[in-house]
Design a protein around this ligand. Structure first.
Ligand code: PSV
Ligand code: MN
Length: 387
C-alpha cells in the first residue's frame, strides 16, 4: 500500500507490554538485580505507562496472577487509567505451586485439578474488576517420562477445566490458549502446539482463540504458516512476541530474526487485522536479563513497528500479479523490496505526527526517569519474574 495508507494503518497498531518485563529476571544461573526496578504492581504499571508515553503505541499492560496480586483490582485499574494506560490481558499462573509438580488442570489428583481450575476462575473475577477482556492460559502441564501418565486422559482433564472456565466468561471476554512445545515438561506437554490449542478452541466455541508465542516452537518452524492458517480460520487471538535463538529465550521481539517478524506481520497485514479491536492482540512476552527493562520494551515496540511498517508497504497488487502468473522470482523480489526498505523515517514521522519525540530511545534516556526511579525506589523488595 502507499505510504500514507501504511502510516494510517501503523498508527492503529497497539502493543501490550507485560508487567513482568519491568521486574528482575534471569536464568536459573543468576538473576542480576537492576536499580529502580518496581517493587509492586503499581510501580510496574507506572513503568509501562512511561513506555507508552515515549512510544505512543503501548496503551495497555498485561498482568500475571499471583505476581500482580493486589487487594483491590478495581483500584489498580483506576491507577492505570490515571497513568494513561489500561490493565490488559490477565495471565493465569498454575505453574509455581508445589501442588502442580505433576500438572495443574491435567493432574491425576482431582483435588489439585480443582485448585487449578479455581485459580483460572478467580482470574476471570479479576478481569471483571479490571475491565480486561482477555484471559491468557498457559499450562506447564506435561510429563517427563513415557508411561508417566495417560496422554489421552490428560487431554480429557484439560478440556473439562477449559470448558468450565469458558462457561464463566462474560459476553465480551475471551480465552487465549497458548501452546509451548517443551519446557518445563520434556516428554509430553499437554498443549504442545497450535494444533492442540486450535482443536480445543474450536470445540470450546468462538470466545476461545489461540495465542501464538513466537518463542514456543521448534527451531526452524515456519511460524507465519501457522499464523496464516489460524487467521484464515478466525482462530488467531493474540501474539506473545519475543525472540529466540535456541529455546524460549524471551529476548526482545525482532532482535534475533527481524525477517521472521516481518514475514509474520505480512500475514497479519494481508488479513487486515493490524488495528486495535481487530480480534488479534499484539503483546510482548519478554524478560530483560542483562539490558535495562524500560528501554528494552521501547526497543521491542520499535522493532514490531518497523516490521509492521515494512509489511504494510509491500506492493500487494504486484505481489499478487507475480504469484498468479507463476513469477517465482518476481514475487519474492516484491516481498524483499519491502523488507529491504528503510522504514525508520516513516516511523519517526508517525511519532512526530502525534506529538512525540521521533527517537523514543534517546528521549527516554534524556528524560531522567531512570535516575528518578533508581533514587526513589529504595527499600522494599524488587519484583521479579516469579515473584
Ligand atoms: C510461558 O513460557 C510463557 O510464555 C507464558 O506466556 C507465561 O505466562 C509467560 O511465559 C511468563 O513469562
Ligand atoms: Mn508467552
Amino acid at each position: 500500500m502507499d505510504t500514507t495508507t501504511a502510516m494510517d494503518a501503523l498508527r492503529q497498531l497497539q502493543i501490550e507490554t507485560p508487567s513482568w518485563a519491568y521486574g528482575n529476571s534471569g536464568t536459573r544461573f543468576k538473576v542480576f538485580a537492576q536499580a529502580g526496578v518496581p517493587r509492586d504492581p503499581y510501580e510496574k504499571i507506572a513503568d509501562a505507562a512511561i513506555v507508552h508515553r515515549f512510544t505512543g503505541s503501548a496503551p495497555s499492560v498485561a498482568i500475571h496472577i499471583p505476581w500482580d496480586r493486589v487487594d483491590d483490582f478495581g483500584h489498580l485499574a483506576e491507577f492505570a487509567r490515571g497513568e494513561g494506560v489500561s490493565v490488559g490481558t490477565v495471565n493465569s499462573n498454575v505453574f509455581q505451586d508445589d501442588d502442580y509438580m505433576l500438572g495443574s488442570v491435567t493432574n491425576p489428583d482431582p483435588r489439585i485439578r480443582r485448585k487449578a481450575t479455581d485459580h483460572l476462575l478467580e482470574c476471570v473475577d479479576i478481569m471483571d474488576a479490571t475491565g480486561s477482556s482477555d484471559l491468557k492460559l498457559w499450562f506447564s502441564d506435561g510429563t517427563n517420562y513415557p508411561g508417566q501418565d495417560d496422554i489421552r486422559l490428560r487431554q480429557d482433564r484439560l478440556y473439562e477445566a477449559l470448558a468450565e472456565v469458558y462457561a464463566r466468561l462474560g459476553s465480551d471476554q475471551r480465552m487465549l490458549l497458548e501452546y509451548k512445545l517443551f519446557e518445563p515438561a520434556f516428554y509430553t506437554m499437554d498443549v504442545p502446539d497450535w494444533g492442540v490449542s486450535f482443536a480445543h478452541c474450536l470445540k470450546l466455541g468462538e470466545k476461545a482463540v489461540v495465542c501464538v508465542d513466537t518463542g514456543h516452537h521448534a527451531p526452524g518452524t515456519n511460524i507465519e504458516f501457522i499464523v496464516a492458517f489460524l487467521l484464515r480460520e478466525g482462530k488467531l487471538g493474540a501474539f506473545d512476541f519475543n525472540s529466540r535463538f535456541y529455546a524460549d529465550d524471551d529476548l526482545m521481539a525482532g532482535a534475533a530474526d527481524p525477517f521472521q517478524l516481518f514475514r509474520i506481520m505480512h500475514e497479519v497485514v494481508k488479513a487486515g487485522v493490524v488495528h486495535a479491536g481487530s480480534g488479534v492482540s499484539f503483546m510482548l512476552d519478554q524478560c530483560h536479563n542483562i539490558e535495562p527493562k524500560i528501554p528494552g520494551q521501547i526497543r521491542s515496540i520499535m522493532n514490531v513497528q518497523e516490521a509492521t511498517a515494512k509489511a504494510l508497504i509491500v506492493d500487494q497488487p504486484s505481489l499478487t500479479a507475480a504469484q498468479l502468473s507463476g513469477d517465482v522470482l518476481g514475487a519474492n523480489g516484491v516481498l524483499m523490496d519491502a523488507y529491504n526498505t528503510d522504514v525508520r523515517d516513516m516511523v519517526r514521522e508517525l511519532r512526530a505526527g502525534i506529538g512525540l519525540d521521533p527517537e523514543p530511545m534517546k528521549a527516554y534516556a534524556a528524560s531522567g526517569y531512570a535516575q528518578r526511579i533508581s533514587d526513589e525506589r529504595v527499600g522494599g523488595s524488587q519484583a521479579g519474574w516469579g515473584a
